[in-house]
Design a protein around this ligand. Structure first.
Ligand code: HEM
Ligand code: HEM
Length: 215
């Protein structure tokens, strides 16, 4: 370790990114556990649509958010992604504090799959293409669950390889780094607004106010 520049916890994930992540976990799990049985149908739709709304927010935040939240920071070309994949085997670690390019691919795939689940769910409600659409909805949901399993396993394995608890970082927002690597503002107000918007959209769907989406 470089003793002249000791590493300290620095803020990497702003508050909106962390709120987005854990609300997405709640929404996905909620939709999954309410997917069977008529009595829970509206709750299923509410969790599902609020997951999609979170992803749409994240797309915007990926363009205007803080340094490590931006897509340009972690979506890399094939050369850099392959290089990272190789480095996992040779032991040369990814040096940046943000998402690594391979993990980012899984995370982006998850976000796209969630939007597709929402779209096929909506079309199922509209009875567009009948059983076929519900089948597609279920199949994409199972695929997404597979990606979640890979993602969680990768977060745990990478935590051991990098000797840093990445799951804890997604809660506290901090990682070990040099002071100049930190983001400046946690953006609490944006995160708080996201919690309120998520709860409100959940409420609107669950009580049937958005009939165009649920009937
Ligand atoms: C992350 C979001 C979602 C997940 C993980 C998910 C998952 C699932 C799963 C696994 C089923 C199959 C249940 C079974 O075995 O019968 C299902 C059914 C269904 N989902 Fe979703 N879903 C999500 C979002 C949505 C959304 C946004 C809608 C739109 C309104 C929706 C509408 C439906 C409908 C209509 C069914 C068929 C229910 C039936 O069998 O009659 N889902 N969902
Ligand atoms: C439905 C389940 C989940 C989904 C859809 C999901 C999705 C995502 C997405 C989209 C990101 C990127 C965050 C961003 O830049 O905004 C992310 C990051 C992350 N997720 Fe999840 N996640 C899920 C569950 C979990 C769980 C259960 C854990 C912990 C055990 C976890 C740990 C992490 C960590 C540590 C990161 C940051 C990785 C890094 O340091 O680069 N995720 N996840």
């Amino acid at each position: 370790m470089n003793t002249s520049n000791p590493k300290k916890p620095v803020l990497v994930w702003d508050f909106p990114v962390r709120v987005f992540h854990w609300l997405l976990v709640i929404s996905f799990a909620g939709a999954w556990f309410t997917s069977e049985g008529e009595s829970q149908q509206m709750v299923h739709y509410a969790f599902g649509y609020s997951a999609c709304a979170l992803v749409l927010f994240r797309v915007i935040w990926g363009m205007v958010g803080t340094r490590y939240a931006r897509f340009t920071e972690f979506i890399k070309g094939p050369t850099e992604t392959l290089h990272h994949l190789k480095s996992l085997f040779t032991g040369n670690q990814h040096l940046g504090l943000g998402h690594n390019p391979v993990g980012a691919l899984v995370m982006i795939s998850l976000m796209i799959l969630i939007l597709l689940i929402g779209l096929t769910g909506y079309w199922s409600v509209k009875e567009y293409l009948g059983e076929y659409m519900t089948g597609a909805h279920e199949a994409i949901s199972s695929l997404a669950l597979g990606f979640v399993a890979i993602h969680v396993a990768a977060a745990i394995i990478m935590s051991f390889l990098q000797k840093e608890n990445l799951v804890k970082s997604m809660i506290t927002g901090t990682k070990q780094g040099a002071p100049e690597q930190a983001i400046r503002y946690p953006m609490y107000l944006v995160g708080l607004s996201l919690v309120i918007a998520w709860a409100y959209s959940f409420y609107l769907v669950v009580n049937g106010s958005l009939q165009g989406l649920t009937q």
